[in-house]
Design a protein around this ligand. Structure first.
Ligand code: SF4
Length: 75
């Protein structure tokens, strides 16, 4: 299997969850809410990425950009 086939960046992934007022720019950080990664409270930047990428609009919730993130996953 080619692990790069599904690879994409967080800014274009539906599993990226950011603050309600956050701008879609490289410096923005948010919580990854991919179901299998939720236990890790993984906080990632817009230009981070992985092969669990799924194209879509980011979710938004207060606390998504905190260290550590305090928001519940909304998807
Ligand atoms: S770490 Fe992977 S699954 Fe999570 S938001 Fe980024 S691209 Fe999506």
């Amino acid at each position: 299997m080619d692990d790069t086939t599904q690879w994409g960046v967080c800014i274009a992934c539906k599993w990226w969850q950011i603050e309600p007022g956050a701008l879609l720019e490289n410096a923005t950080h948010g919580l990854c809410i991919d179901h299998d990664l939720q236990p890790y409270l993984l906080r990632v930047s817009a230009r981070s990425g992985c092969n669990r990428y799924a194209q879509g609009e980011p979710a938004r919730a207060v606390g998504s950009g905190a260290c550590p993130p305090t928001a519940e996953p909304v998807r």
